[in-house]
Design a protein around this ligand. Structure first.
Ligand code: NAP
Length: 263
């Protein structure tokens, strides 16, 4: 009989919105075992509630004992330290926290490779969003008139979204056309332009995250639409990353790198 080892994980930022979603999902997955839960917000009540786990208010060496892979959904200020602590303890890293600078990412890549570990930094863990970008890239080869509409909840701080900017970067090619000759009667009505592609940002309660990439060609339009209706949308991507983290080594930026997709 083959006994399958469970993948042992630590969740950093487990009291946050994403952290709670990740905890609630993976506590019931039988191939994965949560060993440590870490969050600066840990209280005395949490110690009573999460009795099956080791819980900490910061990522210490002890919190990483016997851990295969650390998942981080914290804050831009905390994430680099957490990653360095994990790598120093020979623990693989799966990073959802956004806001790392190019310089910090380079440092993480170097240490990951030196230590022969696995690190994934994924700005978007939604598998559907990655496919939306991939399909848009294919469409842009044949339909060169395109605009992006992204729709998010009204508490999102930044506009446009990082995904809209990444999509524009991916699909942009020298043939993309943009009709700029119209008479503008209202400032901003044609959206903002990135790499010659117009991006429109909608902010309304009721949306979580949605993006439509609309292509136009003689007599036809093609809309590639991705709609995130709950934070659970990120879980299949995180689960894929946890599995890969113990099967392969290396530094990866973007979930697509684990999906055998070339962009
Ligand atoms: P959140 O609700 O604010 O949760 C973050 C949690 O981390 C908070 O409980 C925070 O505590 C805690 N924390 C801060 N510093 C810490 C540290 N040093 N050690 C341990 N815990 C710490 O935020 P969220 O919505 O879950 O999002 C978290 C991050 O994930 C953000 O950067 C967000 O942009 C990103 N995100 C990425 C994806 C993706 O697909 N890649 C998807 C969703 C979100 P305090 O409140 O006390 O600081």
């Amino acid at each position: 009989m083959v006994i399958k080892m469970k993948i042992k994980i630590a969740i950093c930022g487990f009291k946050g919105k994403m952290g709670q979603c990740i905890y609630n999902y993976f506590k019931n997955i039988d191939t994965i075992e949560i060993l440590s839960l870490i969050d600066t917000k840990v209280s005395k009540d949490d110690e009573k509630q999460y009795t099956n786990y080791k819980i900490y208010n910061n990522l210490s060496n002890e919190a990483l004992e016997n851990v295969d892979s650390m998942i981080d959904f914290t804050t831009p200020n905390a994430v680099l330290n957490n990653i360095l602590t994990a790598l120093n303890n020979n623990v693989n890293c799966i990073i959802g926290t956004t806001g790392l600078s190019d310089e910090q990412i380079k440092i993480i890549e170097t240490i990951t490779k030196e230590k022969n570990l696995f690190t994934l930094i994924a700005p978007n863990f939604s598998i559907g969003a990655i496919l939306m970008m991939k399909f848009s890239k294919i469409a842009a080869q044949y339909m060169q008139n395109v605009e992006i509409i992204e729709m998010h909840h009204d508490t999102k701080i930044d506009a446009p979204s990082g995904t809209a900017l990444s999509t524009a970067k991916l699909i942009s090619n020298e043939n993309i056309k943009n009709n700029n000759e119209e008479k503008i009667l209202l400032d901003g009505v044609r959206g903002g332009k990135h790499l010659n592609i117009n991006i429109h940002s909608v902010r309304l309660p009721g949306f979580l995250a949605r993006q439509d990439v609309i292509f136009g060609l003689l007599g036809q339009t093609l809309t590639i639409s991705h709609n995130t209706i709950s934070r659970e949308a990120f879980l299949p991507g995180i689960e894929l990353a946890i599995k890969k983290s113990v099967q392969q080594k290396g530094f990866y930026f973007g979930l697509e790198k684990l999906m055998n997709l070339t962009f």
